[in-house]
Design a protein around this ligand. Sequence first.
Ligand SMILES: *Cc1c(COP(=O)(O)O)cnc(C)c1O
Length: 231
Amino acid sequence: MVTAANIEQFKKITRLAAEHDARLVAVSKTKPTEDILALYQAGQRVFGENYVQELVAKQPQLPGDIQWHFIGHLQTNKVKQIAPFVTMIHSVDNLKLLKEINKQALKQRRVIDCLFEVHIASEETKFGLDQAALMPLLEEVRSMPDHYAGVRLAGLMGMATNTGEEQIIRREFGYLRDLGEQVRREFPDQRDDFSELSMGMSGDYAVALEEGSTLIRIGSLLFGARPGKPA
Ligand SMILES: *Cc1c(COP(=O)(O)O)cnc(C)c1O
């Protein structure tokens, strides 16, 4: 349930994001459509989901002016289910996936904004690129821009280490920001301005905003804790 306290949080977070020229992605995974509508009625239009099945079930039941961002791990064979409506995909971490997003977007006569997910945390994970893998991907797209007319390379996404130590989080977010600047220097381009930095969640969004985030992805502070996860 979205409580009055959640709506207060929403207002506070939206205000802080605006002060930093950033936008809020309200992460509604596992939450019912009523909760999404409650936040919609409070003014929110950008929502993030992690699971294809769940997103395609919810999307038709909700207002058409919602911008859906896909933020979870995305399997190539599921891209076509979300390509008709998704605005941005935050989790591109391989060329095969990018090619499939491009193909499905072109079929729909759409352009889908894509962020490359970069592994910045000290924790092990199988998802996300490292810096060495990012540059060849960009070279591929830049060398054949007409091939990739269905995707717009909008920037980078990253998740910091899950720790209470602020300096560690700040350093990781700073690394992602510097990487984005490096890409803009080395691959200047009109269409793909590569200006977005998707970083910051409920526990670390304030640090992320200070380090240059343009998209904060917040779930539990807005919708309450998810089952099995502390708030
Ligand atoms: C769930 C999730 C979030 C939101 O997490 P909270 O801690 O609930 O704010 C943000 N980004 C990604 C990729 C997620 O999976």
